[in-house]
Write a protein that binds this ligand. Structure first.
Ligand code: PEP
Ligand code: MG
Length: 918
């Protein structure tokens, strides 16, 4: 791990001069809330709460610098640390009046991890540290509760052996030897709960635990409290790089160079009897965002009992009766903390014999709905500004407000009962539950009966589109974030989990096997497109509030999130500089996009318009034509259909700009794949099956993505571009005559690499426009521009801009061609690349700033150099990715275009980009 980042606190002399250890105690602290980089969130907030005079047990935090040092220096701690820790420990001893390791009246500590941002449960913690055969007796005497003391010792040995000695790793996989032993003793004694065991049972258990440690590690359990302490400190730093933490960092884009802090805190005990307890409280409801104090408490327990699910906690407000004094104080403290931090707080507390201690506070994790409601409520309450509210909500969390959602209780139950089957890419957010349909026709059949299936495919192709439309969700074994399935699903607003590589689908047998479990067609599954998780069985879902209002015209329900959503996005629109358009190719998608706030269509993929019933055959007829005449015949049949499609789009978009792209797809997407499709095409064309098969074979390419696609199609077969341009202009004239308003038409030529290519196509478009305008005696203003999706196009953008009246970056292809990674196959190794840190992110999901971003900068600058004020947009999938949107703002693009359901996210991300760049 590198020693430090450019943001490293190590560069700030004032802090370095302080040393590595920051103490805190009643009413005082070396650190404060601003020092999260150095102390981690937990350490900084413990210090802050001490400064506020809240009841926090004394302790100290070892800075994150030590973690980075530990990794950079062969897992060695800085030499000066030992004396600093001794001094801080002495200070705790003085405050609580107990000594660490004292056999008469021992001080026990907890050793806790805590990174700059909270990573709940990902790293390790050790409680009750400082116990051995002598100190446990002292604790038994001073507490007057031997059972408690021996229980604490038992817990400590178990936890330390796991976290510090890695004991579970020494034993059989997934077997916890201590839990097995505990269960054995409970069984022997006929005890139901851990708390039913006697002091002698616990003594016996500790002895057995210590034996296990010796047997498995070959060394005795450390009895010296100082040795225990240093072992735990190193373990906390080690846990920064455990598998969970690495995975969590990957998901949440947390840099690995940050490191964790380590807080050593005097223990307070929630398991000292009925007047003690432990709990977690939220100043507002983290699920709904409602302003109510909620949480859970478990009496006579330590925090781990709650986390491990050993006992079920009670609602927080039961504390009012059980421990009225602590409750009253907690209510005051939560209000104070929320006012102080100006955000919803998650507070961990312990009550020791009626006395309240606060062990942690942090901004609470929350659902997307809660995030929006809390941010807007805090503005209304005068706590934060509108700008702060905009920055408070993670744009991608808005997905949760738009998609159908799983019932949270059902989800928890499914997880607990082992119904989780596997995980793929979270390609289309939301929740879907339905019977498995392995073929689009099965999904359609079921839809006709009112049953929405989960279309489950090895991968999808354009043939599947109607099945995708009919299904409630799509699950694929192959494909990445920009695979056909993912792209189309997002655009349609379908839930989608793509590239779930563990699925073995056998269409022949009609079965799907995953981790040894086999499901048949018709068996119910549930997929969570927001997390990528797949579950066996049915799970209830519901339409989101926001969609009901925006798309179904429903009246907002009482307590609906709708008003808060509307307010937040309104504020976002006021500050953003980037325009937001949508990728849409059907009128209903256009209407949805407008409802979600799109200002136009940034990409209408005309090939998608061919997916509808009766059209795909015509397209195949056109593709398989051997002569120009044959092709023109097929195109003539397509013309009225295309015209009607474009008219539908223009009507849906009214006066908003519509960018229509000429035919682009790699031909293999439209060629018949299997015998049945070949036979169907042959029948439609009245040709022999053999002939169609031969033609299809002749057109097959080794590398269709780099083959006869994009503008190359229109250059080789100009009649295609002529037909499309004619359909567009005729439709525009029809709609202008009908509505008395002229549509705003932008025609876009794909996959251009040289200006000559664009010139050829632009000429055809312009000539066709003149023909139509003459026939209709009407002119429609229009632009001809190009997609920029090849590195060469970026490098010669200045020349291309001589013809192009606008640019739109196709970052899917631009990423594919810049990296030389197939957008369809990259998922086979990209996850591994990301895991191993070769790439920070999947470049198809988050734009590669250094490479692709640099090409975009060159293209934008040089394009505008030739044509000042050139309109530049982006319509690749990155248009819906918040971090990429920040870059597009920085590059000075005019707009982003993304799938309709991502429009709200893009509006918010664009606003954040504008605020952050100020
Ligand atoms: C792109 O390449 O980014 C793009 C928008 O075009 P398509 O995904 O249709 O190739
Ligand atoms: Mg493209």
């Amino acid at each position: 791990m590198p020693r430090s980042t450019s943001k490293s606190p190590a560069k700030k002399p004032a802090r370095r001069a302080h040393g590595y250890v920051y103490a805190f105690g009643p009413g005082r602290a070396d650190g404060d809330r601003t020092m999260k980089e150095l102390l981690g969130g937990k350490g900084a907030n413990l210090a802050e709460m001490c400064r506020l005079g809240l009841p926090v047990p004394p302790g100290f935090t070892i800075s994150t610098e030590v973690c980075t040092h530990w990794y950079a220096h062969g897992r060695k701690l800085p030499v000066t640390l030992a004396s600093e820790v001794e001094a801080a420990l002495a200070q705790i001893e003085k405050t609580v009046g107990r000594r660490f390791g004292d056999p008469e009246d021992p001080l026990l500590v907890s050793v806790r991890s805590g990174a700059r941002v909270s990573m709940p449960g990902m790293m390790d913690t050790v409680l009750n540290l400082g116990l051995n055969a002598r100190t446990v007796e002292g604790l038994a005497r001073t507490s007057g509760n031997p059972r408690f003391a021996w229980d604490a010792y038992r817990r400590f040995v178990g936890m330390y052996s796991d976290v510090v000695l890695g004991l579970k790793a020494h034993g059989e996989k997934s077997m916890d030897p201590f839990r097995t032993e505990l269960e054995r003793v409970k069984h022997e004694r006929g005890a139901k709960l851990d708390t039913d065991l006697t002091v002698d049972d616990l003594r016996g258990l500790v002895a057995r635990f210590l034996d296990i440690v010796k047997e498995r590690t070959g060394k005795p359990f450390p009895t010296d409290p100082r040795e225990q302490l240093w072992g735990a400190i190193s373990a906390v730093f080690r846990s920064w790089n455990n598998e969970r933490a690495i995975a969590y960092r990957g998901l949440n884009h947390i840099p690995s160079v940050w490191g964790t802090g380590c807080s050593v805190v005097a223990m307070v005990f929630g398991n000292l009897g009925a007047d003690s307890g432990t709990g977690v409280a939220f100043t507002r409801d983290p699920a709904t965002g409602e302003r109510k104090f909620v949480g859970e408490v478990l009496m006579d327990a330590q925090g781990e009992d709650v986390v491990a699910g050993l006992r079920t906690p009670d609602p927080l407000n039961t504390l009012e009766k059980r421990s009225p004094k602590a409750w009253k104080e907690l209510v005051l403290i939560q209000a104070r903390l929320e006012t102080h931090y100006k955000d919803m707080q998650d507070i961990e507390f312990t009550i020791e014999r009626g006395r309240l201690w606060v062990l942690q506070c942090r901004s609470g994790k929350r659902t997307g709905t809660a995030a929006v409601r809390i941010a807007v409520d805090l503005v209304k309450e005068g706590v934060i500004t509108q700008r702060e509210a905009i920055l408070r909500v993670e744009p991608s969390s808005l997905d949760q407000l738009l998609q159908p959602v799983f019932d949270p209780a059902a989800l928890a139950a499914a997880r607990a009962s082992g119904r989780r089957l596997t995980k793929g890419l979270n390609a289309g957010p939301g929740a879907a539950s339905g019977p498995i349909a392995f073929t689009p026709s099965r999904a359609i059949e079921l839809a006709k009966k009112g049953i929405r299936a989960v279309l489950t495919r090895i991968e999808t192709s354009p043939d599947d589109i109607l099945g995708m439309q009919a299904a409630s969700g799509i699950l694929t074994a192959r494909g990445g974030m920009t695979s056909h399935a993912a792209l189309v699903a997002r655009q349609m607003g379908r839930v989608c989990v793509a590239g779930a590589g563990e699925l073995e689908i056998d269409y022949g047998d009609g079965t799907m096997t995953v981790r040894g479990r086999t499901l048949k067609e018709g068996d119910w599954i549930s997929i969570d497109g927001s997390t990528g998780e797949v579950y066996a069985g049915e799970m209830p879902t519901g339409s989101s509030d926001v969609c009901a209002v925006l798309l179904e015209g429903a009246k907002p329900k009482r307590g609906s999130i709708w008003p808060a959503y509307k307010a937040l996005l309104g504020w976002a629109d006021d500050v953003r500089k980037l325009g937001v358009r949508a990728n849409a190719d059907q009128p209903d998608q256009g209407r949805a996009a407008v409802a979600f706030g799109a200002e136009g269509i940034g990409l209408c993929r005309t090939e998608h318009m061919f997916f509808g019933e009766g059209k795909i055959e015509l397209v195949r007829e056109m593709i398989l034509a051997e002569t120009s005449d044959e092709r023109v015949r097929a195109l003539k049949k397509l013309l009225p259909l295309q015209r009607a499609d474009f008219a539908g789009i223009f009507r849906a978009m009214a006066q908003r700009p519509v960018t229509i792209r000429s035919l682009d797809p790699p031909l293999h997407e439209f060629l018949p794949h299997d015998d049945a499709a070949v036979a169907a095409v042959a029948k439609h064309l009245g040709l022999a099956t053999e002939r169609v098969r031969d033609k299809a074979e002749a057109l097959r390419e080794q590398n269709p993505m780099l083959g006869l696609r994009g503008c190359r199609l229109g250059i080789l077969y100009p009649e295609i571009t002529i037909m499309q341009a004619r359909a567009i202009f005729e439709a525009a004239c029809d709609v202008a005559a009908e509505t008395k308003r002229k549509p705003k038409v932008e025609i876009m030529i794909p996959l251009v690499g040289t200006r000559a290519e664009l010139d050829l196509q632009a000429e055809i478009v312009r000539a066709t426009a003149e023909e139509v305008f003459a026939e209709r005696r009407m002119r429609i203003p229009y632009l001809v521009g190009t997609m920029i999706e090849l590195p060469r196009a970026c490098l010669v953008a200045g020349d291309i801009a001589k013809t192009a009246e606008f640019f739109s970056f196709g970052t899917n292809d631009l990423t594919q061609t810049t990296f030389g990674i197939s957008r369809d196959d990259g998922n086979r190794f990209l996850p591994d690349y990301v895991e191993r840190g070769i790439h920070d992110d999947d470049p198809f999901a988050t734009l590669d700033r250094e490479g692709v971003g640099r090409l975009m900068r060159i293209a934008t600058t040089e394009g505008r150099g030739t044509r000042p004020g050139l309109k530049v947009g982006i319509c690749g999938e990155h248009g819906g990715d918040p971090r990429s949107i920040a870059l597009f703002h920085e590059l000075g693009l005019d707009y982003v275009s993304c799938s309709p359901f991502r429009v709200p996210l893009a509006r918010l991300a664009a606003a954040q980009a504008a605020l952050n760049s100020k």
